[in-house]
Ligand binder design. Sequence first.
Ligand SMILES: [Zn+2]
Length: 118
Amino acid sequence: MHEFSIVSSLMIAIEEQARLHGASAVTKVVLSVGRFSGIEPDLLKLAFDTFKEGTICQNAELVIEMEDLELLCRACGARSRHQKPTRRCPSCGSTDTEIVGGKDLLLKSLELETEGME
Ligand SMILES: [Zn+2]
């Protein structure tokens, strides 16, 4: 499954971040998932739960935020957000648009636990 390879590389990025901040554990992982990224949130969660065993993310909560499709119109410059797949600019009706958001998966934020707080 596509989601498993995504989570596998995501884990590497998270562990790197945790190490950089001297964290002993990750308590929360927030992901931004584009509605049109082709990623299935349920599968992503399943993959995360499978991979996190024995890692720094073992007790982490996974939060998935869905990101709408965002278009930038090359004809009129308007930006628009959509919940359904489209290439049409709602301002001028042109289909000469560029997808600027909603197709990616981003690691939005992490909550870390650090030891040695005394
Ligand atoms: Zn337009």
